[in-house]
Write a protein that binds this ligand. Structure first.
Ligand code: FES
Length: 152
């Protein structure tokens, strides 16, 4: 059986995320047809010190979670929250636990920490020139916008 290449895309240093921090990263995704399409992916370091990733699209109406109030997290930071109608999502599973789409789930994206770098795994993305710094003022020095949601 031939080994298959798995796409791994480093996006930030591990230390860039404090526990309870979430950020949205903008990418160009290459779909099954080879076409490039923009995608926003939420990366979160949970309070349990695991990293999770989800496509930034609410299963209720298909909008960005941070599209309404600009936040990704509920005020108590226990859940990811859709700013449009307030659906709350379990951070570990992505499943909606309250609101307009209960039991529906955010689309998960595999995230791994490899050599102290937070990486997306198995997602075909257009290569760019380096990692992002979610803590840089106004985003980072790459072209793509970054939304950073940090604990107070
Ligand atoms: S669009 Fe997210 S809760 Fe309605």
């Amino acid at each position: 059986m031939a080994a298959e290449d798995i796409d791994v895309f480093a996006i930030a240093d591990e230390e860039a995320f404090e526990p309870g921090a979430a950020a949205a990263f903008e990418f160009m995704h290459i779909d099954e047809k080879g076409e490039e399409k923009p995608v926003s992916i939420i990366i979160m370091r949970t309070m349990a010190d695991t990293y999770v990733g989800y496509v930034n699209e609410c299963p209720h109406k298909g909008v960005r979670l941070d599209g309404g109030n600009g936040r990704l997290l509920s005020l108590d930071r226990r859940n990811l929250e859709c700013g449009q109608h307030g659906a709350l999502f379990d951070v570990e599973t992505g499943v909606c636990v309250d609101g307009a789409c209960v039991n529906k789930s955010l689309e998960p994206v595999a995230v791994a920490v490899i050599d102290h770098e937070v990486c997306l795994v198995g997602v075909k993305l257009v290569e760019d020139d380096g990692k992002r710094d979610p803590f840089a003022p106004g985003g980072d020095d790459d072209d793509g916008p970054v939304t950073l949601i940090m604990p107070d």
